[in-house]
Design a protein around this ligand. Sequence first.
Ligand SMILES: [Cu+2]
Length: 224
Amino acid sequence: MAGLRKILMGVAGGVLICSSLTGAGEVRGRVEVRSRTSAGESGPGGGYGHGGAFEGKSEPKPEFSEAQSVVLFVEVKDSLRYSPPAAHPRVTQRAKTFIPPVLPVLVGTTVDFPNEDTIYHNVFSYAKPKRLELGRYPPGSSRSVTFDKSGVVKLFCEIHENMSAYILVLGTPFFTVPDREGEFVLRNLSPGRHRIKVWHPTLPRQEREVFVPESGVVEVNFEL
Ligand SMILES: [Cu+2]
């Protein structure tokens, strides 16, 4: 019961927290992005279905909801204990869009950048945690980059100025991106107190303390 009390104490600032007992070490919830994201930015992924001029094949631009640019994560003290995944996550270039618009990875992760478009791109970043310039490579081929420092890496395309995306390099393997509707699940958390941090490329960060019980699911909803 002490756990539940702590959970209820966390209710603040538009955050609804409750508890049920149907799992283990999970935090579930929903993220709603109600704030306007800055208009000057084309936004990750080169805009959300603005349907701008698009030469070449008329493949529709993939559309992502604002919630899909949110990353939720829980930091750990012993990040070196965790090894990056063997399977490389991807940032794909398709229809002049980076897919996904935001990719969280654990420090040390190698990310593949397949070109699945019908045209060339030239992916680059001047971000402090990782400067990169992939050069032009033809459709059907790929390049790989290992992200060995934590921080935000904003990706651009040298050829298409509307293309952008973010790789959020984290010192924790406990992260997730909500689905289109904003639903998220953070799994495998140890029982106890955790701070859930909520990141979006342009909106103010949020964080909230939750208490994960020995068994059960904690529900936390965020409004950005
Ligand atoms: Cu491009």
